[in-house]
Design a protein around this ligand. Structure first.
Ligand code: UFG
Length: 327
């Protein structure tokens, strides 16, 4: 299938692009390279463009006879979204509206959207199912939920079949360990801890130690990038005859910030400074998934459920690429 991968040069997008190619699909990357890395897509076809460029989008969809669109091009930092909500609404919501309009114009019906656990806000019952109330507590989660709603309404017209996949915490390196996490600036826990272990930053900061969790630090559900991407392929197969798929993608296990730090220390064999600081705005105490729906409806199976094994892939990638991607 010819698939347009918006944000295909980013962390999740590049892993998805590589997996699509490995599985015999034809991915075309559409990326403005504001966050992504050209080196992460190797020899894959690339259209450098912005999602705000309606004409280029329509032209690209038509030229490559695109059959499905996967959309990973979004801003992803909770704290930043609290500080700069308008940027988030513009980039995450308005740009997706433009993309869906271009798809309607070009007659492309299949759409896979990167949604997030942040749509649930501060859940009260665990594990979180897709029926849990959606009450985002930050603009990031709200913009993702608004896109899900827009897709839902568009799908009712019969012009869109979509999957909104609600990611928990994607991590690790995929494509045989060659595609890792390199955000600039880095804000994600695992790469930051690894940088501390490599001596590239003076410490790792724990954002809040009095959360209502067993060790007082936030608990998250860490899912390996390859497992996450594989669910997209399964969803893609079902979009021929399903109008709407909404699934959590998580490992169904919670790990605290302290657990993750200790795991990196064990794997790397390095000790480093850990500093306890204030909470980060917009962080829910616990996010752990029920992935039953993805398992039942998509036939999804998690192949790398073990945090040690996941972090080993990340540690290896960072050790082999101490300066990240070369661009
Ligand atoms: N954290 C620290 N210190 C740091 C960085 C993070 O203590 O230096 C903590 C955070 O407070 C949070 C946890 O580590 O409790 C994980 O933080 P990340 O920034 O790695 O990830 P988030 O849980 O904030 O968000 C990620 C993605 C989102 C996605 C969300 C879903 O960035 O896009 O997972 O759970 F929506």
């Amino acid at each position: 299938m010819k698939v347009l991968v918006c944000g295909g040069a980013g962390y999740i997008g590049s892993n998805m692009t590589a997996m699509l190619a490995r599985e015999g699909h034809h991915p075309i990357v559409y990326d403005n390279l504001s966050k992504g890395h050209k080196a992460a897509i190797a020899d894959k076809e690339l259209v450098v463009g912005d999602l705000s460029d309606f004409d280029l989008l329509v032209k690209t969809l038509e030229k490559y006879e695109i059959e499905a669109v996967m959309h990973f091009a979004a801003f992803i930092e909770v704290g930043e979204s609290v500080a700069e909500p308008l940027r988030y609404y513009k980039n995450n919501f308005c740009a997706t509206h433009n993309l869906l309009t271009a798809m309607e114009t070009a007659g492309v019906r299949k759409f896979i959207f990167s949604s997030t656990a942040a749509v649930y806000g501060i859940p009260e019952i665990f594990p979180i199912t897709e029926n849990s109330p959606t009450k985002p507590i930050n603009p990031y989660g709200q913009t993702k939920l608004a896109v899900e709603d827009m897709c839902h309404h568009q799908s009712i017209t019969g012009k869109l079949n979509f999957a909104a996949l609600r990611y928990f915490n994607a991590c690790g390196a995929g494509n045989n360990g060659t595609l890792g996490e390199d955000h600039r600036p880095e804000s994600h826990l695992i790469p930051l801890i690894i940088q501390a272990a490599m001596g590239k930053r003076e410490d790792i900061k724990i954002f809040g130690t009095d959360y209502p969790t067993p060790d007082g630090t936030c608990v998250r559900d860490y899912i390996h990038i390859e497992d996450l991407c594989r669910a997209h392929l399964l969803a893609l197969k079902q979009l021929d005859n399903k109008r709407e798929i909404i699934c959590n993608l998580g490992n169904e296990k919670g790990h605290s910030v302290r657990d993750v730090i200790e795991t990196v220390k064990r794997i790397s064999g390095k000790d480093f400074k850990v500093t306890e600081t204030d909470k980060r705005p917009g962080d829910p105490p616990v996010l752990t998934a029920s992935a039953k729906k993805a398992k039942d409806e998509l036939g999804w199976r998690v192949e790398k459920p073990d945090l040690e094994e996941i972090i080993e892939t990340a540690w290896k990638w960072h050790s082999e690429n101490p300066n990240g991607y070369p661009d």
